[in-house]
Design a protein around this ligand. Structure first.
Ligand code: BGC
Length: 449
């Protein structure tokens, strides 16, 4: 095969992403710890347990792995319930532990990107109504202030809230996350409070650190009508996409949150992003379905021609990634892909997925879209929320009994990409031969996936 190299611009950010509850272990004072104890909530009744044991210090070995694999950044989150175990108490030991982790990342050449809220809430907050109670806005602002005061000399890149759309829907409409609500109106309220809390945190962070980069991690899931000839499919796909994908990022531009026909003015949210954080995994087709009011009368499923991950959770749709990047670029900010990946304990599907997605990332960069970095989800297998340990997203496999990590081929594949700052035909031929002929065709470009 002719050697071809798709190079990324100098200084491109290559990292992996993790979240506190999924990797730390022994997080006992948040709503998930309680939820995991209830039979039937988590697949096979798994619990996070020791997770990847980062809280006992194994973060250091994992970040060694990331740095040795050529990564230059790491996205992690801080656990609110550790830092503020009670409304009137701050835990200096926990804050100090995070100081060590972010310094440890920087020492290894990994720029730390810190997320302030990634799906978990302190129990005391949950008991006060969690994100349904508008008081959460000032509580989150205070928490963010405290974290930023502590870490500002080491961190200048912040993500306020991870995937408010996924969180609000899972916690209040589908019932998969605590508190298990099944009421769309409540999910909408939570999305509004999260947008307002983000805005408050944005301004608080900038008061402390005027040059900080502050944004949100927006989960984008492409939604196309399943039957293009049926107007109802088009209507419902558009309705779902505008509420799930567009509402919050547009509110951060306009200062007005438009959700399911309602207009909620929040002028303080206007212009509260310094970059656009994009989480992309997959796309779906939508059928009109009168029986699903909580899902806005739509039923989502994967396009039948796409390869699907072993657990059926993700369709390999690199073209959907390009669409997601185009969608993200409309906001006129530098774009960072803060999550992208798939579950695959056998690491065969993942290698093809990675090859196709990095190729599409390169396309976007070379259309001169301002894409600045990419974080793969995830570094090591970690606790996958309501799916427990049944799904494995890590570049390294984790044995939860022994805490032994085993490198998957994708870790080496991704390391070559990071080290070369490029996707080369020889790397793809070595790790994802099935993708090589499509991505690097001898006879010029055919139909790209
Ligand atoms: C979440 C991660 C999660 C990943 C894979 C994302 O929506 O931010 O916490 O592990 O999906 O399920």
């Amino acid at each position: 095969m002719v050697e071809a190299t798709h190079s990324f611009p100098p200084g491109f950010i290559w990292g992996t992403a993790t979240a506190a509850h999924q990797v730390e272990g022994d997080n006992l004072a948040n709503d998930w710890a309680q939820w995991e104890k209830q039979p039937g909530r988590i697949r096979e009744d798994h619990v996070a347990g020791k997770a990847c044991d980062w809280w006992s210090g194994r973060w250091a070995d994992d970040l060694d792995r990331a740095a040795a694999a050529g990564q230059n950044a790491h996205r992690l989150s801080v656990e609110w319930s550790r830092i503020q175990p009670a409304p009137d108490r701050w835990d200096e030991t926990a804050l100090d532990a995070y100081r060590q982790i972010v310094s440890g990342a920087a020492k290894r050449g990994l720029q730390p990107v810190v997320t302030l809220h990634h799906f978990t809430n302190p129990l005391w907050l949950a008991e006060q109504g969690g994100w349904l109670n508008p008081e959460v806005i000032t509580r989150f602002e205070r928490f963010s202030t405290r974290v930023v005061e502590t870490l500002a000399d080491r961190v200048g890149f912040w993500t306020t809230i991870n995937e408010p759309n996924v969180y609000a829907f899972a916690a209040h409409a589908s019932g998969d996350f605590p508190p298990g609500g099944r009421d769309l109106a409540q999910a909408i309220r939570v999305m509004a409070h999260m947008t307002q809390a983000h805005a408050a945190a944005y301004h608080a962070i900038h008061r402390l650190q005027p040059h900080a980069l502050v944004g949100m991690a927006h989960h984008y899931r492409g939604m196309d009508p399943a039957r293009r000839w049926l107007p109802l499919d088009g209507l419902v796909a558009g309705l779902r996409s505008s509420n799930f994908n567009d509402a919050i990022p547009k509110a951060l531009v306009s200062g007005e949150l438009r959700l399911v026909g309602r207009r909620l003015p929040m002028p303080e949210a206007r212009g509260t992003q310094d970059y656009f954080g994009l989480n992309y995994y997959t796309c779906e087709r939508v059928n009109f379905d009168l029986g699903r009011p909580r899902e806005l009368f739509g039923h989502g499923h994967f396009a039948p021609q796409l390869p699907v991950s072993p657990d059926g959770f993700i369709a390999d749709d690199p073209g959907g990634f390009l669409k997601a990047l185009r969608w993200a670029k409309q906001f006129g900010l530098p774009v960072y892909v803060l999550e992208n990946g798939c579950e695959d304990s056998q690491d065969d599907f993942r290698r093809r997925y990675l090859a196709g997605h990095i190729r599409r990332l390169w396309d976007a960069v070379n259309f001169n879209w301002q894409i600045k970095g990419y974080f793969h989800w995830s570094l090591v297998d970690n606790f996958e929320w309501e799916r427990g340990w049944t799904q494995r997203f890590g570049l390294w496999q984790l044995d939860t009994e022994t805490q032994v990590r085993t490198k998957r081929p994708s870790a080496d594949f991704y390391a070559e990409i990071c080290q070369q700052n490029a996707l080369s035909s020889s790397t793809v031929a070595a790790y994802a031969p099935a993708a090589a002929a499509t991505l690097f065709p001898h006879d010029g470009p055919g139909e790209l996936p």
